[in-house]
Design a protein around this ligand. Structure first.
Ligand SMILES: *Cc1c(COP(=O)(O)O)cnc(C)c1O
Length: 293
């Protein structure tokens, strides 16, 4: 048996937005959100090598971690079902019900709610529940780590990146997607800068995560968290509605709405030079929108 994981459909589209032409900026969006309805975007990319690793290690149970609205838990549940693995998710905090967790259960994931305190001790949780099961595989929260970054990096080997975007941008939660993009830029020797729109408040220490890359290779933008992680103010919600009505593209309120608002603000402030060709990564997360509409 050999696991066959095909590259998903995730086209690049041009965004026609008022004011871009006047600034001589071209803005494109990589529709990673279209790759799968429930294994969307970077979560698919970050899981790919974990799944291949699971197969070579003869694991049949994927054990992972996430919050109650975790796109990663849902992605793992759906990917597990698709590729023939059982799945188990530790959920942070007291028991709640929502559409994300219900969909996890539909895909056969077993869920266990754990206190915020215990949630911090992920190795201990894994060992106490699965220490005696040689077929259980620990997958870090968010699909992070070297295997996750490799899956993101691989994306930049696709041929259209050779036509040179000057800047590529993603939202930043744990930062592993941005690290993957940086790895891809380096291995493919692309001549472009990576930007991260940080969605957490007070995450200035995040810079330390990227110290192994030259500081000219990337920029972290900390001014667009909009009040903090998963906080969605009226302006953001109004923007998400307006953007959808103008482009047909839905953005979630936790990550990509903030990213797009940030990109348009940076363009407005002349942060990017005229003739810049910018590519934004849309990593999905749309099911979380159901929590606020
Ligand atoms: C998980 C996620 C992110 C954040 O990715 P990190 O690698 O944790 O920085 C961004 N957008 C969406 C839609 C996500 O689900």
């Amino acid at each position: 048996m050999s696991l066959q994981i095909n590259t998903p459909y995730a086209p690049i589209e041009k965004i026609n937005w008022v004011g871009l032409a006047e600034k001589e900026i071209e803005l494109y969006i990589k529709r990673e959100d279209l790759s799968h309805p429930f294994i969307s975007g970077n979560k698919w990319r970050k899981l790919k090598f974990h799944l291949l690793h699971a197969e070579t290690q003869e694991k049949n149970l994927l054990v992972t971690f996430g919050g109650a609205y975790s796109n990663h838990l849902l992605a793992t549940a759906a990917a597990g079902a698709k590729y023939g693995f059982q799945t188990f998710g530790f959920v942070r905090g007291e028991k709640v019900e929502n559409l994300v967790l219900k969909m996890c259960a539909v895909f056969g994931m077993q869920l266990a709610f754990v206190s915020r305190e215990n949630y911090q001790q992920k190795d201990a949780l894994f060992t106490s529940h699965f220490g005696s099961n040689p077929h259980a595989l620990f997958i870090p929260e968010g699909g992070a780590g070297d295997l996750g970054e490799l899956g993101v990096a691989e994306l930049l080997a696709e041929k259209y990146f050779q036509e040179n975007f000057t800047d590529i941008i993603c939202s930043v939660g744990t930062g592993s997607t941005l690290r993957g993009l940086l790895m891809g830029i380096q291995t493919q020797q692309l001549n472009c800068k990576a930007h991260g729109i940080v969605v957490l408040k007070g995450a200035e220490k995040m810079e330390e995560l990227f110290q192994d890359y030259p500081s000219s290779a990337y920029a972290l933008h900390h001014q667009f968290h909009g009040g903090g992680y998963a906080k969605a103010n009226k302006d953001l919600i109004a923007f998400i509605h307006y953007f959808a009505s103008q482009t047909g593209i839905l953005l979630d309120q936790v990550y990509e709405g903030k990213m797009m608002l940030g990109i348009l603000a940076l363009i407005e402030q002349d942060y990017f030079k005229p003739k810049s060709k910018i590519l934004a990564f849309h990593n999905g997360g749309i099911i979380g929108l159901t929590g606020i509409l």
